[in-house]
Ligand binder design. Structure first.
Ligand code: F6R
Length: 590
C-alpha cells in the first residue's frame, strides 16, 4: 500500500526522500513522487512505474532541506501521473495514505466554490479542502486548520504536508493509517513505517489517531486533542537492521530458506528458554480473525486446537467479520493474526472486539505495529523483517505459535524432539529441485490443489502462493468435493497438485487422485513418507515425499514444497517475484 516519507533537517532532503521511498518499495506501488522547497517555491516531480523512473526526472544538483515523498498503490483512479502523489492545490502540497470516504460531497462543495480538479483522486480533494480552509482563515495557525479538516474528513488518512509561505515547516495529520516519526540529530524523518529510515535513526515515536505535528528543523510540536503535549520516543533494538538479499536472487527465496534457521530460533525461545505463552483456556469462545495467508494460519490453528479438545474455535476473514453480527462478551477471546500488524480490516476487528468487551490477543510479526499496540496481549512471531510481498516465513512462524498454543490448550505434552528435528527436515525440502515442476506449470492456464482436512488448508495457502506470484489461475478444493462440480474443469494435462499427510483420509484422497488421473490430469503428488503401505505409481507424474512428523508440525513441513513450486514457476516465467503486480505488502485500506 501507499508509502509516505518526509524529511526536514540539516542535510539535503532529496537523497533522503529517494532512499526512504526505496526502502518502502516492498509495500507495493505503481507510481511515485516527491515535492520539496527550493527558494521558497515547491518543486514537484512524479512518475509512474518504478522509483528509478522518478530518479531520472530529479535534478540531483538541487538542494533542499525539507521535502515529502510517496509511493502510490492506486485506489481512486488509474495509474497515471495526474493521480499520483504529491498533489498540489493552491498553497498546499501533500502526500496521503488512506481513503477519504466523503470526498465526493466535498468535491462537489469545492467545485461550487470554484475549485477544479486534475485527478480522479480523493487526495486532491483533501488537498483542495485544506487550501480552501487556509484561504478562508489566513491568520489561523495551520495546525488549527488541520484540526478543522480532521473533523470534516471521514475515513483513514496519514498526511504529510508542505504549505507555500511556510517554507521551514512540515505538517503531519493522521487517523488510522500508520505513521512514525524518526528523530535524528537536528533532523526528523516521517514514514509509513520505521523501515524507511532504519539506517538513519533507531529513535522514533508512533503517532496516534488524530495527532497533528508541526515539525521544524530542530523542534517537533505534537498536538493531541487540541493541546500541545510532549512526545515520548522509543528506541528500536540494535539488531534490527535493513534487510539484504545475501546473495539470493529474491527476498522470497531468501525468506523461504530462512525458515529452517528461524525454527531453531523459535525452539530456543519456547522450548529451551521456556518463554510462556498466554493462557487461552479460560475463555468460553475463541474467534480468530485475519486476512489472506494469516487467515490460512488461523484455519490451521482452529484445526490443531480442536484436534484434541471438545472446544470449537471460529475463524473469520477480517473484512467480513468487521460487518457481521458478533457473539462476543467478556468471556470471549479474539485472536488477530497479522504479519504487518497494520492490516486495516484486522485492525478494525480488534477494535470491534474491544467494543464488545472481548479480550484480544495479537499474533503479530512487526513490533509495535498498530494491531500489536491495541491488543490486550501480543505474541510476537519473531520471523524478522519480511520483505517479499508473498508471505512465507511469517506464515510458518504463525503456525509454530498456534501449534504450541493448541498443545497447551489440550494439555498435550509438547514433543520437543519433533520440534528439534524440524529444521533439518525443512532444510532438506528446501534443497530439492522444483524447476521440473515449474516447467510443467508455466504454460498452464489453471492449476488445481487437492487435499483433505488439514491438507486442504495447506493447499489453500499453496494455491494463494502460486496465483499471487505467477498470475496462473489456481484453486484449492477439498479432494472429496471434486465430483460435486470442479472435476468438469479437468482436461488432458491439467496440473493437479495433491497433498497427503492426513492418515485418516489418505486412501480417500488417493481415490480422488485416480479420478482426475483417469481424466488426463498431470498429477504432482506431495505425500508423507510411509503414510500408505503401498503406493500405486501410476497415479502420479511427479512425487515429492515429505519426512514424517506429528500433526502439529506437519503443516510447517508440507508448506515448504508449495512455496518453492510457486517460487520456481514464477522464476521461470520471469515475473517480478518480490513485488507481484497489483499487490501490496501492508494493506492499510479496506
Ligand atoms: C499473501 C499475503 C497476504 C497477507 C494478508 C494479511 O502472501 O501475504 O495474503 O497474508 O494481506 O497481511 P497481514 O498478515 O500483514 O495482516
Amino acid at each position: 500500500m501507499c508509502g509516505i516519507v518526509g524529511y526536514i533537517g540539516k542535510n539535503n532532503a532529496l537523497p533522503k526522500l529517494i532512499k526512504g521511498l526505496k526502502r518502502l518499495e516492498y509495500r507495493g506501488y505503481d507510481s511515485a513522487g516527491i515535492a520539496y522547497f527550493k527558494n521558497k517555491e515547491i518543486i514537484l516531480k512524479k512518475s509512474v512505474g518504478r522509483i528509478a523512473n522518478l530518479e531520472e526526472k530529479i535534478n540531483l544538483q538541487d538542494e533542499s532541506f525539507i521535502g515529502i515523498g510517496h509511493t502510490r498503490w492506486a485506489t481512486h483512479g488509474k495509474v497515471v501521473e495526474e493521480n499520483s502523489h504529491p498533489h498540489q492545490v493552491g498553497n498546499i502540497t501533500l502526500v496521503h495514505n488512506g481513503i477519504i470516504e466523503n470526498y465526493l460531497p466535498l468535491k462537489k462543495e469545492l467545485q461550487e466554490k470554484g475549485y477544479s480538479f486534475k485527478s480522479e483522486t480523493d487526495t486532491e480533494v483533501a488537498c483542495a479542502y485544506l487550501d480552501y480552509l487556509l484561504e478562508k482563515n489566513k491568520k489561523m495557525p495551520f495546525t488549527e486548520i488541520l484540526k478543522q479538516a480532521a473533523n470534516t474528513f471521514i475515513g483513514s488518512f496519514a498526511f504529510v504536508i508542505l504549505v507555500k509561505g511556510i517554507d521551514n515547516q512540515l505538517f503531519v495529520l493522521k487517523r488510522e493509517s500508520p505513521l512514525v516519526i524518526g528523530i535524528g540529530n537536528k533532523e526528523f524523518y516521517v514514514a509509513s513505517d520505521f523501515q524507511a529510515y532504519l539506517e538513519e535513526t533507531k529513535e522514533y515515536f508512533i503517532l496516534e489517531d488524530n495527532d497533528i505535528c508541526q515539525i521544524e528543523n530542530n523542534a517537533l510540536h505534537l498536538y493531541r486533542e487540541g493541546k500541545e503535549i510532549p512526545y515520548k520516543t522509543n528506541i528500536l533494538e540494535d539488531n534490527i537492521s535493513s534487510p539484504s538479499l545475501n546473495n539470493n536472487k529474491h527476498y522470497m527465496l531468501k525468506e523461504i530458506k530462512e525458515q529452517s534457521v528461524l525454527i531453531s530460533k523459535w525452539n530456543k525461545i519456547y522450548l529451551e528458554k521456556g518463554k510462556e505463552l498466554p493462557d487461552i483456556t479460560k475463555y468460553k469462545r475463541i474467534d480468530i480473525i485475519a486476512c489472506g495467508t494469516a487467515y490460512h494460519a488461523g484455519l490451521i490453528g482452529k484445526y490443531l486446537i480442536e484436534k484434541n479438545t471438545d472446544f470449537e474455535v471460529n475463524v473469520y476473514v477480517a473484512s467480513e467479520y468487521r460487518y457481521q453480527k458478533v457473539h462476543l462478551n467478556k468471556e470471549s477471546l479474539v485472536i488477530a493474526i497479522s504479519q504487518s500488524g497494520e492490516t486495516a480490516d484486522t485492525l478494525s476487528c480488534v477494535k470491534l472486539a474491544k467494543k464488545n468487551n472481548a479480550k484480544t490477543l495479537g499474533i503479530i510479526n512487526v513490533y509495535n505495529s498498530s494491531i500489536a499496540r491495541i491488543c490486550d496481549e501480543v505474541i510476537y512471531t519473531n520471523a524478522g523483517i519480511e520483505v517479499s510481498v508473498a508471505s512465507t516465513k511469517a506464515y510458518t512462524s504463525q503456525i509454530y505459535i498456534l501449534s504450541l498454543l493448541a498443545q497447551e490448550f489440550s494439555q498435550q505434552k509438547i514433543d520437543k524432539n519433533t520440534y528439534t528435528t524440524l529444521p533439518q527436515k525443512v532444510e532438506k525440502l528446501i534443497e530439492k529441485d522444483y524447476t521440473k515442476i515449474g516447467r510443467q506449470l508455466i504454460t498452464k492456464k489453471d492449476v488445481f490443489f487437492l487435499g483433505r482436512r488439514i491438507d486442504y488448508i495447506s493447499m489453500l495457502e499453496g494455491s494463494l502462493k502460486l496465483k499471487e506470484i505467477t498470475y496462473i489461475h489456481s484453486e484449492a478444493f477439498p479432494a472429496g468435493e471434486l465430483k460435486h462440480g470442479p472435476i468438469s474443469l479437468i482436461e488432458e494435462k491439467t496440473p493437479v497438485i495433491s497433498l497427503i499427510t492426513d492418515k485418516t483420509t489418505a486412501l480417500k484422497t488417493i481415490s480422488n487422485i485416480k479420478e482426475v488421473k483417469a481424466r488426463g490430469a498431470y498429477v504432482i503428488l506431495i505425500i508423507k513418507e510411509g503414510i500408505v503401505p503401498t503406493l500405486d505409481k501410476t497415479i502420479y507424474d511427479e512425487i515429492i515425499t515429505l519426512p514424517p512428523s506429528d500433526d502439529y508440525t506437519m503443516p510447517i513441513i508440507s508448506i515448504i514444497p508449495l512455496q518453492l513450486i510457486a517460487y520456481y514457476t514464477a522464476l521461470l516465467k520471469g515475473v517480478d517475484i518480490d513485488k507481484p503486480r497489483n499487490l501490496a505488502k501492508s494493506v492499510t485500506v479496506e
